[in-house]
Design a protein around this ligand. Sequence first.
Ligand code: UFG
Length: 322
Amino acid sequence: MILVTGGAGYIGAHTNKALNQAGYETVVVDNLVKGYEDFVKWGHFENYNFGSKDLREVFEKYDIDGVLHFGAFSSVAESVELPQKYFKNNYKNTINLLQIMREFGVNKFILSSTAAVYGNPEKVPITEDQELKPINPYGHSKFITEKALEREAAKGDFNYVALRYFNAAGCDFDCEIGELHEPETHLIPLVLDAAIGRRDSISIFGTDYNTPDGTCVRDYIHVNDLAKAHIDAYEYLCNENESNVFNLGNGKGFSVKEVIDMVKKVTGKDFPVKLDERREGDPDILIADATKIKDKLGWTPQYDLETIVESAWNWHKKIYQD
Ligand code: UFG
């Protein structure tokens, strides 16, 4: 049985579906602060905070072989406003989970890490061996969690994989689950809100970045490509007695302006675009070099930006138009 924390949230729910489709049994643990019970359509569900001592009850009830840890807060902007919230949930509560895993002899762990651990990278595409210099509390909370895992693995009888996601985007092609944040801060769903008429316009946060068109460049990766990487990483942990860290991205960067143009193309809708101030904590450019995971696990992303936006648009129409 695989324990999936945060499995009622966006990336956790997509991975939980993929795990069940691949034949794994899962139990989702989520306190539904950010997640949706409706998104847990596969496997078991238990409502717990992964930072709670009561989480032991889940380990007593199920025969857990490994943990996929999605449970976390993940808004860069919010983390700048509320750093303690991020360090407590993303770091301290993860330590609680690790303690309980040790008590029950569970020794396989996959962390949802992030490109935000790199801060403003020295060179792009970014390889895993670049120095980690996070520039916002969210990235910092994941950085210290990775360090805690490194120390835990060094003690022995414990292996982990940290997956550093670039910009997760897109939705389940069956539209059974999708991306839903309250409040929404991510670029693609916000631009789709403008396309569908839920907002009057979209604002570009900063036009003076050190990028070709002055707007931030990001590497958008389909959530199903991320889900597949978790399965590959779990199989790696089952077969090899080692830990590792991998970037997960497409290796291609798109500026905020290019994403807006893609949404206009895919949806056939036009809407006003406003040029706004920078948002604090945003690096200029984040593009993955994902060679390491391709070489080591044979993982290759399947979906391009157009497919990402199409799948997100289909989900958007389902929840806001049907
Ligand atoms: N942006 C706008 N207007 C908006 C919303 C966003 O211009 O209304 C810009 C942001 O300033 C940024 C880009 O669009 O330059 C992407 O922003 P998102 O909020 O969609 O994503 P982030 O790059 O800030 O962060 C995401 C995840 C993080 C993760 C990071 C890694 O939310 O958890 O990708 O690349 F760390």
